[in-house]
Design a binder for this molecule. Structure first.
Ligand code: AQP
Length: 336
C-alpha cells in the first residue's frame, strides 16, 4: 500500500489556453505549492478543456509544455505530486461521457462561464463549451478528490460536480467521494488591470489587462503603472468604489502577506505612483525568480517527456479504478 493513501486527496488543473497569468498563479498555483506536503495531489494540464475555444495546434502544444515547466518552476514537486496531461489519461473522456447522461441541460444553462464564453466566442458556441463542467466533474471525481483548490470563478463548477456526484451516488451507492472547493482567502479573484470589474484572464485580447508569468520584469512594472485606477489618490481597500486600487492591494498583499490596513498605513500620504511602483516591483521580483527556474526546465525536453509519461501512468492507475467501478454500476459488460 502506498504511504500517501492516508492523506486526503487534491485535484486541480489549468487550461493551456495561453501562458498563465498572475491571476492563475495567485488564485491557484501558489496555493497548490502550500498544499503539496499535507495532501496527496494531482495537478493536471487540462488540454481537453482548452479545445472548447479554438486553439492553434502548435501554440497549444507549446503552451502545454510551458505550463508543465511553470508548474515546476512555481514550486510544485513532480515526485510528491502527480503532474500530467489530461489527454494522456483516456478515463477523463470516458467518465465524462457517462456523466453527461447524469447532467441536465437546465443545470448547464445556468453556468456563468458558459454564458460569458458564449458571448466572447459567438462564432463558436460548441457543445464542448456547454458540457465543459461535466468534463471538469469527471476530472475531479475520477480521483475521489477530497479538495479542489481553485479561484472564485470556478465555484459554480465545483457545485455542479457535487450535484452530479450526489445524483449518481443516490442511484448506485457510494461510488464517488463528494469533493469540496478550496478557495483561498487572498488572491481568489485577481481582476483585469484595464477593466477592474472583470477577472484577469490569460486569453484576453488586451495584453495590458493581464500579467503573464513569462512577461519581462520591466513589462510587469509598466503594466502595473498603466493599471486603471481612480482619481482620488488615496490607497484604501474599497472594492466597490475603488476596484483598481483594491485589486493592486490584493496582489501586493498576496506577495507580502501584509494586511490591507498595513498597506493603507504604508502608503498613507503617498501618491498612486509610489504605490504602483511598489506593487509592480514586488510582482516583478517574485515572477522573475520563477522565470529563472522556468528557463532551465523548458529547455529540457527529455525531462518534460519523462514527467508526462510517469505522471500519466500514475494518474491512469487511480483513474481506471473509479472508471471500472462506474462502468460496472451502469451496466456495461466489462472487457476481460
Ligand atoms: N483572475 C483570476 N484570479 C484568481 N484565480 C484565477 N483563476 C483563473 N483566473 C483567475 C484560477 O486559475 C485556475 C485555472 O484556470 P483555467 O485556466 O482552468 O480557467 P479559467 O478560470 O478560465 O482561467 P483563465 O485564465 O481565465 O483562462 P481562459 O482565459 O482560457 O478562460 C482556476 O483555479 C481558476 O479559478
Amino acid at each position: 500500500m502506498e504511504t500517501t493513501e492516508q492523506k486526503k486527496r487534491i485535484f486541480s488543473g489549468i487550461q493551456p489556453s495561453g501562458i498563465i497569468t498572475l491571476g492563475n498563479y495567485l488564485g491557484a498555483v501558489k496555493n497548490w505549492v502550500n498544499l503539496q506536503d499535507e495532501y496527496d495531489c494531482l495537478y493536471c494540464i487540462v488540454d481537453m478543456h482548452a479545445l472548447t475555444v479554438r486553439q492553434d495546434p502548435a501554440k497549444l502544444r507549446q503552451n502545454t509544455m510551458s505550463l508543465a515547466a511553470l508548474y515546476i518552476a512555481c514550486g510544485l514537486d513532480p515526485v510528491k505530486n502527480i503532474i500530467y496531461i489530461q489527454s494522456h489519461v483516456p478515463a477523463h473522456a470516458e467518465l465524462s461521457w457517462i456523466l453527461n447522461t447524469f447532467t441536465y441541460m437546465g443545470e448547464l444553462n445556468r453556468m456563468t462561464q458558459f454564458k460569458e464564453k458564449a458571448l466572447k466566442h459567438a462564432d463558436n458556441i460548441n457543445a464542448g463549451l456547454f458540457t465543459y463542467p461535466v468534463l471538469m466533474a469527471a476530472d475531479i471525481l475520477l480521483y475521489q478528490a477530497d479538495l479542489v483548490p481553485v479561484g472564485e470563478d470556478q465555484r459554480q463548477h465545483i457545485e455542479i460536480t457535487r450535484d452530479i456526484a450526489v445524483r449518481f451516488n443516490n442511484i448506485y451507492g457510494d461510488v464517488f467521494k463528494i469533493p469540496t472547493g478550496f478557495i483561498p482567502r487572498a488572491g481568489a479573484r485577481i481582476m483585469s488591470l484595464q477593466e477592474p470589474d472583470k477577472k484577469m484572464s490569460k486569453s484576453s485580447e488586451d495584453a495590458n489587462s493581464y500579467i503573464s508569468m513569462l512577461d519581462d520584469p520591466k513589462v510587469i512594472v509598466n503594466k502595473v503603472k498603466r493599471a486603471v485606477t481612480d482619481s482620488d489618490c488615496v490607497v484604501k481597500y474599497d472594492p466597490e468604489n475603488k476596484p483598481g486600487i483594491s485589486n493592486l492591494m490584493n496582489i501586493y498583499s498576496c506577495f507580502t502577506d501584509k494586511t490591507y490596513e498595513e498597506i493603507e498605513k504604508e502608503f498613507e500620504g503617498k501618491g498612486y505612483g509610489d504605490f504602483k511602483l511598489a506593487v509592480g516591483e514586488c510582482a516583478a521580483d517574485n515572477i522573475s525568480a520563477i522565470q529563472t527556474e522556468y528557463n532551465k526546465i523548458i529547455k529540457d525536453k527529455a525531462y518534460l517527456e519523462e514527467l508526462f509519461r510517469s505522471g500519466a501512468e500514475r494518474a491512469d492507475r487511480i483513474a481506471r479504478k473509479t472508471l471500472s467501478k462506474v462502468q460496472k454500476k451502469v451496466g456495461f459488460v466489462m472487457k476481460q
